[in-house]
Design a protein around this ligand. Sequence first.
Ligand SMILES: Nc1ncnc2c1ncn2[C@@H]1O[C@H](COP(=O)(O)OP(=O)(O)OP(=O)(O)O)[C@@H](O)[C@H]1O
Length: 551
Amino acid sequence: MASLQQVVERLALAASSFDHTVAVNGTTSSSLSGGPLQRLAVIASMLASTSALRDWALLLVIGSLFEAARRGLSSFWISLVDAFFITAVFDENDSSYQWMLAWLSKQPSWRHVRHVEVSTNSIYSEPGYSNRDSISKEPSYKPAESQSYTLWYKSRWMRVTRVSVSNPGGWSNRESLQLRVFSGRQRILSEIIDEAKKDWLEMQKDSLTVWVSSSDNDWVRLAKRLKRPLSSIVLDPGVQELLVEDAKDFLASKAWYQERGIPFRRGYLLYGAPGSGKTSIIQAIAGELCLDVYVLTLSRSGLDDTSLATLLSGLPSQCILLMEDIDAAFHHGLSRESGSPTATSSPETRSRDGPNGSSNSGDSTSKLSLSGILNAIDGITANEGRILFATTNKYDVLDPALCRPGRMDIRLEFHLASRYQAREIFKRFFASSPVQASEKNDITGDGEPHLIDLTSSAKSQESSQPSLEPSEKSSLLPPLVYSGLSHRSRAPKLSVSELSALADQFAASVPERRLTMAALQGYLMMYKATPFKAVANVSAWVGKELAEMSH
Ligand SMILES: Nc1ncnc2c1ncn2[C@@H]1O[C@H](COP(=O)(O)OP(=O)(O)OP(=O)(O)O)[C@@H](O)[C@H]1O
């Protein structure tokens, strides 16, 4: 093959032959110097005679042909795939992603895959591979990243690939699951999705999923929580029923809202004493209605009007949006302790001189404005179908515009514990079954509470229990901040009458609306296997609590 140097020499020779011809004729010959085309032709013919250039040109042509063939084949493959395969992509931030992972783990052919990603994150815990207890850290298996798996579903070939794409500007990659089924019928896809959803719901019947907002203004799945039974929460009579029935009624009334042109949204504002069960009842309602909970913290740094609107418009059609401590949006930097301990004033009595609808909320560092919050809740960008629960201990600082019907349709005040609540929480603690806890006290027949002698039978019943109570251990050990019997210790089995009588005695020692339910729960936790002692010691404990509060 001729070298580059040879080519250059030949070109120089050709150029000199031009000059020579011109010099011989003494005139500018039109055949040699007048036509640039002719010059080019001469150069081209010389180039063609150079074997190296010929080889290069050949390579160029072959390369182009290969590239054209590659592109042709690739578009042919795409058309072939489109014609014979159904392809679906499931984004990790969509519920369907979870359904598909759950469904995948149940496929018999999935059990033969040889390359998986192991996760102890309970979100991925699936039956078949792991314990159904969602809290346990059982390993579960999901498709490895960028790995393709061939499976068979109803005698159809399918390929599953987990793809991870970088999130522009985001802090983490975004995953998706690609499913390709060999089928001409699109119905197969809906069949798979329906089946996956059914399996997922079945698997989730004991738990609910909690989502939080990320700094990318997206919702990310935070955790799976066990559902809390409604019966575990003791509110004043009628309050729980009101909330649950109203929420159920709302979810079933979409058509009613549409016919009347009313936005299909419902808002509940739960306010009042801390530790009175506001968050707990929301968690229980979410479980009862099988809805995911989306938690939004308005005081989160970086949250501004636009990102709030983006987040709220990105909510699924049926879910619970939880804005805890909504007052934080109005008082950035204000700690709970720095305000009044309990905001128990009613909407009717509270001052109307608070911030008005046009004012900016929060301090100067806040990027959220009140109008931004209001618009996100019920403006044009707000989605429909969601249930908003907002909680606060400081009702007074909220702007009236936020609390008006349409935004907060039901406003409920939660109070400190009543005697009724004290009695019921005692029963729930020591009942041998939920049924027993709900049974009425009909033991004496005379309508009077039946008093139990705590000093005789009680002590004998509990004497067999291992005792670790602070009072008894105090001489041996340094004072304990918290104690209680082991969870393995069992409380004595009480009859309905005994339980009811003890609950009455316990409630009689608890002052009306002075202590929180959380405090009562904390007290009972110290005596979880010794109900008689719980009753015997409650008066002393109450006295101590009240004394501490008065300081
Ligand atoms: N009415 C109640 N019935 C049963 N348990 C309760 C009740 N109120 C509070 N508790 C218990 O007290 C604890 C705190 O309750 P929760 O977080 O629901 O209170 P909260 O009103 O949301 O408090 P905060 O306003 O401080 O957020 C929980 O462990 C819960 O089990």
